[in-house]
Design a binder for this molecule. Structure first.
Ligand code: PNS
Length: 159
């Protein structure tokens, strides 16, 4: 079985992530959406909350599962016998960082990274931008699924 992992912090998941997950699911027998820690970012939602939000929106894809991992992505891949990572590339600004990670993951463990061009409609979209907009009461309903929008509103209401 050909499996791929779509890793990320998904804090929270956006329509951009979901587009990549759906498209990846058409090229692999199984796609695992793995919630990992990004040590350069502080998170708004717990890992359990993120998993719940992702699961709700990926349950329609029969070959997509959601998981989490604390540690190196390559260790997760080794543990689950995964040889491919799929990531979305929005713009050239993503490239340096993503290329570095892809090269380290290839060198360290022989795991290949496949980049998918983000759909133009989502090229500006990021979880950080969504959180910033939502923090100040901006409308993010066209950027995230309904359950994520509701969770962001709840956070905003509790401030
Ligand atoms: O959605 P993000 O925040 O861009 O995802 C980045 C993530 C979580 C995939 C990356 O930080 C990661 O792989 N973290 C796990 C630790 C690891 O393997 N780091 C890469 C070593 S180069």
């Amino acid at each position: 079985m050909k499996s791929a992992v779509c890793p990320g912090s998904f804090d929270p998941i956006t329509f951009g992530h979901l587009d990549i997950i759906e498209r990846a699911s058409k090229h692999f027998d199984q796609v695992i959406v793995a919630v990992l820690e990004n040590r350069t970012k502080s998170s708004l939602f717990t890992v359990a909350e993120r998993i719940e939000m992702i699961s709700e929106n990926t349950k329609k894809f029969s070959n997509v599962i959601v998981d989490s991992w604390y540690g190196l992505l390559v260790d997760y891949c080794a543990k689950n016998n995964i040889k491919s990572i799929v990531k979305g590339l929005r713009a050239v600004t993503d490239f340096d960082y993503e290329l570095q990670m892809a090269q380290v993951n290839l060198q360290a463990a022989g795991v290949e990274t496949m980049f998918m061009a983000t759909a133009p409609a989502h090229s500006f979209l990021s979880s950080s931008l969504v959180k910033e907009l939502a923090h100040y009461g901006g409308d993010v309903s066209t950027m995230v699924p309904a359950n994520v929008n509701a969770a962001l509103r709840k956070v905003q209401a509790g401030k």
